[in-house]
Design a protein around this ligand. Structure first.
Ligand SMILES: [Zn+2]
Length: 211
């Protein structure tokens, strides 16, 4: 079957937007064609750079690390929700949709209108704690947001911890400007780094199911 893949990953560059403007992405050219007749490089970046998956150990003391994440959680049917008119995604926002058990829910917000290299915007559209409880109640398997964080101004990181305690995967740093709301096949697999609390990932949507 022909599938049209849509890349919804954040382009990784030294100029890219970084969480709270840390600017911790560097490309180091260890061999150049001019000098060495071959190209090699090193990438220096945080584990929460661009499109990435947060593992439960990011906020839970005994939480699983990213290598322990069940990949089933981040592969499957996804619903892209049109949240362009909301400043915060609350339970009240979510009750307008029906959710199926084990769906992956992706929020398309005005965050997606920012350029991939814009300065970090601390006023980004985020997901409220009551929405996290609601998503847990609906038994979705993963939640994705189109910015480098899913919550803000939460001293106890409630949105993260509620989702993590319910075994719901958290994907941050998606780019959804070019994506129409609707149902897709979704794939987002973290790098196989061992023992860390997060890892960068490539995220793709397909317009037709391939399961
Ligand atoms: Zn993160």
């Amino acid at each position: 079957m022909m599938n049209k893949w849509i890349d919804i990953s954040w382009p990784i560059t030294p100029e890219m937007t970084t969480y709270k403007n840390k600017h911790d992405v560097q490309f180091e050219y260890t061999k150049t064609f001019e000098k060495d007749h071959v190209r090699e490089s090193r990438i220096i970046m945080g584990s929460h750079t661009g499109t990435h998956i947060d593992a439960p150990s990011h906020f839970l003391q005994k939480g699983e690390t990213i290598d322990q994440l069940a990949l089933d959680l981040v592969i499957g049917t996804a619903r892209v929700l049109d949240c362009m008119q909301f400043a915060v995604i609350t339970k009240a926002v979510l009750t307008q949709w029906q959710f199926n058990e084990h769906e992956i829910i992706l929020f398309k917000t005005t965050n997606s209108l920012k350029k991939a290299t814009d300065p970090f915007d601390s006023q980004f559209v985020s997901v409220a704690a009551d929405a996290a409880h609601y998503l847990a109640e609906k038994r979705v398997k993963a939640v994705g947001i189109d910015y480098l964080g899913i919550e803000r101004n939460q001293p106890d990181h409630d949105t993260h911890t509620i989702l993590m305690q319910h075994g719901i995967a958290i994907i941050e740093g998606l780019r959804l400007a070019a994506v129409e709301p609707g149902i897709y096949f979704f794939l987002c697999v973290p790098l196989a780094v061992q023992g860390l609390e997060a890892a960068p990932a490539r995220a793709l949507l397909a317009e037709q199911g391939i399961d």
